[in-house]
Design a protein around this ligand. Structure first.
Ligand SMILES: C[S@@+](CC[C@H](N)C(=O)[O-])C[C@H]1O[C@@H](n2cnc3c(N)ncnc32)[C@H](O)[C@@H]1O
Ligand code: SF4
Length: 406
């Protein structure tokens, strides 16, 4: 068995097995979200494998927004008439967009999409690019939730992580964001180079002190093709220490009212991220922008797509309006759906209603009856037949549980 560590949810990245199956039959379509990828950062962090690129001075905002409009318009036929429940503008560093640029982006989404009046609209921001006026402008344009890349409040750690900001800028950004928008998430990482258990708990304590209502907490991982993969920090905490950090932090956060509701997400009551919940509940999402992934359901099939990763190639191809900006579009087979569904649903501490399996995959629960029974016998899956939920043991060994549905 292997222990699950809280790693980032990669916006719909899936195993790339190719199958040509008969289609699923869905009686109703799931909620639809929209993800918009902004691919530039001031500088590339040494641990990061996101599709993010050091900006060449000024970002090419005009060309980006034109390409985004073209990408969106070409996607509209696949989502006609559907209501959009949430938008997530992620990156990269979306806070590199000017106030006017972000306003144009949201106006474009509002004009083309049937955006729910109460939609959650999240924007990621880096404290190194934060200005109070711009946060206020973003919120006035419609952003309801900021997600700040804080990582740590320890200046020495921020240096080692190659961040462009210090802890004072991180604190200032939190205050600006909290003043500007009703909801704020803090992205933090743990198991940092040389970090002790006490230092880790103290770091998270600082996040709590801001009264934050939502935290995303990730175990620092060495991702392939990053600077850290090539030159790993020497003093990374061992597995036992990082497991102890996870347990200690979870207890501290719970005491502050922030309950862990997903592998890496903690929230106060009512503050869960609706956009990410839709991913984990196997909802639909349209992914716009370079490298963005999407999952779209139709009554007879479920399709996954991915845009070209390179910002320049995506911009050029989107403007050509011939579909060449789509790098991959493939129907997900019925043999892949149980694993894909469980991969997401079991990340949630409360799991999902058992009925969601058929609603979202078009398959009968009987299709996975053997696996459900085996997982339950091993004590990994809750015996309650009305929910699909990992037991505490199953959650600890989540990879093994998820793989039972492969
Ligand atoms: C797209 S970034 C957030 C916004 C912005 N780019 C920033 O960093 O300030 C998403 C988050 O993923 C996490 N992350 C990125 N690479 C990681 C890694 N190798 N291990 C753990 N977490 C990572 C960081 O917490 C980061 O804030
Ligand atoms: S700022 Fe965020 S997206 Fe950009 S390189 Fe750093 S962690 Fe990755």
């Amino acid at each position: 068995m292997s222990i699950i560590i809280p790693i980032r949810n990669d916006m719909g990245a899936t195993p790339s097995r190719l199958k040509t199956p008969p289609g699923a039959t869905l009686s109703s379509l799931p909620p639809l979200s929209v993800y918009v990828h902004v691919p530039w950062c001031v500088r590339k962090c040494p641990y990061c494998d996101f599709n993010s690129h050091a900006a060449p001075g000024e970002i090419p905002e005009r060309a980006y927004l034109d390409a985004l409009r073209s990408d969106l318009e070409q996607a509209l036929p696949s989502i006609w008439g559907r209501q959009v429940v949430s938008v997530f503008i992620g990156g990269g560093t979306p806070s590199l967009l000017s106030s006017a640029g972000l306003d144009e982006l949201l106006a474009m989404l509002r004009a083309c999409l049937n955006l729910w009046p109460d939609a959650e609209i999240t924007m990621e921001a880096n404290p190194g690019t934060a200005e109070a006026g711009r946060f206020r402008d973003y919120a006035a344009s419609g952003v309801t939730r900021f997600s700040l890349g804080i990582q740590s409040f320890d200046d020495a750690q921020l240096k080692k992580l190659g961040r462009i900001h210090d802890s004072a800028q991180a604190r200032a950004a939190i205050e600006m964001a909290q003043r500007a928008a009703p909801r704020v998430n803090l992205d933090m990482m743990f198991a940092l180079p040389g970090q002790t258990l006490d230092a880790c708990v103290a770091d998270l304590g600082q996040a709590v002190a801001f009264g934050t209502e939502h935290l995303s907490l990730y175990h620092l991982t060495m991702e392939p093709n990053t600077v850290f993969a090539k030159f790993p920090p020497e003093d990374l905490p061992d597995v036992d220490t990082s497991a102890a950090m996870q347990d200690a932090v979870e207890a501290e956060l719970a005491a502050a009212g922030l309950a862990r509701y997903e592998v890496s997400a903690y929230a106060k009551p009512g503050a869960r991220c609706r956009h990410n919940l839709n991913y984990w509940e196997f909802g639909d999402y349209l992914g716009l922008g370079p490298g963005a992934h999407g999952k779209l359901s139709f009554h007879d099939r479920i399709v996954r797509e991915a845009r070209l990763r390179s910002p320049e190639s995506w911009m050029q191809a989107a403007m050509a309006r011939d579909g060449s900006h789509i790098a991959e579009s493939r129907q997900v087979g019925p043999d892949e759906l149980p694993f894909e569904f469980m991969l997401n649903a079991l990340r949630l501490k409360d799991g999902v209603a058992a009925t969601a399996f058929s609603e979202r995959t078009g398959l009968s629960l009987a299709a996975i009856a053997h696996q459900l029974e085996a997982a339950s016998k091993r004590g990994l899956l809750d015996a309650d037949p009305t929910r699909l939920r990992a037991t505490p043991l199953g959650w600890r060994f989540l990879n093994d549980l998820q793989e039972m549905f492969l």
